[in-house]
Design a protein around this ligand. Structure first.
Ligand code: AMP
Length: 115
């Protein structure tokens, strides 16, 4: 059996995380290396490695994840100012944890170049 990912260990409460939301299907927690004042991850509890492994049957689950994103963006005070939702898929995207996750990043302008 392959080793648990770090996110599966968070789901199973084997390692701590700053959890913002949890239900039977999804979990949201703060990223340990935040790229902005607000940076959290929303993941399915189901072990889906990446976007490549999302199945048609997961449609409701993915919809639920976006409901959680919407709720937490409001709770974190970034719904109006704006935020970025990113999911990295595979090596070229620098996906480091093979468990589907959506980064939600906000609280500063992401304009490039800055200014
Ligand atoms: P990615 O590069 O898209 O796979 O992103 C993985 C993210 O998980 C990175 O932003 C990491 O900072 C974050 N991360 C890794 N380990 C943990 C952890 N134990 N708790 C919270 N976030 C983590």
């Amino acid at each position: 059996m392959s080793e648990k990912t770090i996110f599966k260990k968070i789901i199973d409460k084997e390692i701590p995380a700053s959890i913002l939301y949890e239900d039977d299907f999804c979990l949201a927690f703060r990223d340990v290396m935040p790229q902005a004042p607000v940076h959290f991850l929303v993941i399915p509890k189901k072990e889906i490695a990446s976007v490549n492994e999302i199945d048609e049957a997961d449609a409701a689950l993915i919809g639920r994840i976006f409901s959680v994103i919407r709720k937490l963006a409001k709770d974190e005070g970034i719904a109006e100012s704006g935020y970025r939702v990113v999911t990295n898929c595979g090596a070229d995207a620098c996906q480091t944890v093979p468990h589907l996750h959506y980064h939600v990043i906000g609280g500063r302008s992401m304009a490039w170049p800055p200014g």
